[in-house]
Design a protein around this ligand. Structure first.
Ligand code: COA
Length: 334
């Protein structure tokens, strides 16, 4: 006879209890970018909406930026590090194949041996982390989860590549997720389209780079135009699905917080969604650049800090990127 195994159940509902961020100190202007590519400030502003971006200095490591963002989020949530049961770090720029960076972050924060692991879901990593965290809490695997999105994309950006040099940037964002009396995180709509694997990717595998013998790190490459079209139109459908699953009408939405890929993609999605005028739209990319996994929490944080968002508001988050992968959910603002 099979021995019965007990299972766990957790909270009926979850919500984001606090958010935090870390913006690197170095501001990089379009003029500086144009020292290495044939472009102009005007072209970059018009095509991407980026006026300037943040790049990390040496001491602003993936670990250091994550810890900064996480401490901010824990403080906002009023949750102590010892209460965190799981740390999920979404990143593609922790440049050590193994171990993951999450255990280092969990230890530096002072968690009590929290489960800690990295996930690789590119620019959609933070929204994947929120979905996983929420489900872990509802399943009883952890009471409080820290979801972090962090990147140092400047390390893996070819500064002479016209297609990517002006887009990518560095930073970290974090959210503390915990139990709630009311639903505060809607069902995730997520997925992947592996047939589009090559549209955004590391240009070569590590062994190829080593064989080439030129001591140049692999860098990111992007086929910008198809990514632009896919994100602008397909992602609006995913966003609408997330609203429907959460039972939230467009009129009841306070804010739209999409991945900060490109200002024109944000505008195209807002048009395709027919967002009412009163819905505030995150536009952090203008002065931060595209920070991949960190972009959604940093964008939400800016709205929060500027008073455009307030606690209890309803926000639609959506993120998409290399894979291609995507994830969207409706959340209550902490
Ligand atoms: N500066 C100046 N001109 C540039 C340029 C640059 N950095 N890059 C390309 N161009 C030129 C091209 O040479 C081309 O010139 P031509 O018309 O004389 O041939 C023209 O601009 C259009 O090139 P194209 O590659 O079609 O540009 P685009 O309009 O698609 O814009 C991106 C390029 C990268 C801004 C755009 O494709 C994009 O934003 N894609 C999505 C990027 C993104 O969000 N990625 C993150 C997803 S997570």
């Amino acid at each position: 006879m099979t021995t019965p195994i007990q299972t766990s159940t957790g909270a009926a509902h979850t919500r984001i209890l606090g958010i935090g961020g870390y913006r690197p100190s170095r501001v990089v202007s379009n003029a500086e970018i144009c020292e290495q590519i044939d472009s102009s400030d005007e072209w970059i502003r018009t095509r991407s909406g980026i006026v300037e971006r943040r790049w990390a200095e040496d001491h602003e490591t993936v670990q250091a930026m994550s810890v900064g963002a996480a401490r901010d989020a824990l403080k906002h949530a009023g949750v102590a590090p010892e209460q965190i049961g799981c740390v999920i770090v979404a990143t593609v720029s922790h440049l050590l194949q193994t171990p993951a960076v999450a255990p280092l972050i969990a230890t530096e924060l002072g968690t009590t041996k929290a489960a800690a692991f990295d996930i690789s879901a590119a620019c959609a990593g933070f929204c994947h982390g929120v979905a996983l965290g929420s489900d872990l809490i509802r399943a009883g695997s952890a009471k409080y989860v820290l979801a972090i999105g962090v990147e140092r994309l400047s390390d893996i950006t070819d500064r002479t590549d016209r297609g990517t040099a002006f887009i990518f940037a560095d930073g970290a964002g974090a959210a503390v997720i915990g139990p709630s009396d009311e639903p505060g995180i809607g069902p995730v709509v997520w997925g992947s389209e592996g047939e589009q694997f090559d549209l955004i990717r590391q240009n070569e595998k590590w062994p190829q780079a080593i064989d080439a013998g030129d001591k140049v790190m692999p860098t990111l490459r992007m086929d910008g135009n198809p990514v632009f079209r896919w994100a602008s139109f397909e992602m609006a459908k995913i966003a609408r699905e997330a609203l429907d699953l959460a039972g939230v009408a467009l009129e009841d939405l306070d804010a739209f917080v999409p991945h900060q890929a490109n200002m024109r993609i944000t505008d195209a999605m807002a048009r395709a969604l027919r967002l009412p005028d009163n819905v505030k739209i995150a536009r952090d990319i203008a002065t931060q650049g595209n920070t991949s996994a960190a972009s959604v929490p940093l964008a939400m944080l800016r709205m929060y800090d500027e008073g455009t968002l307030k606690s209890g508001d309803t926000a639609l988050m959506i993120a998409f990127g290399a894979g291609l992968v995507y994830a969207a959910q409706v959340v209550t603002v902490p």
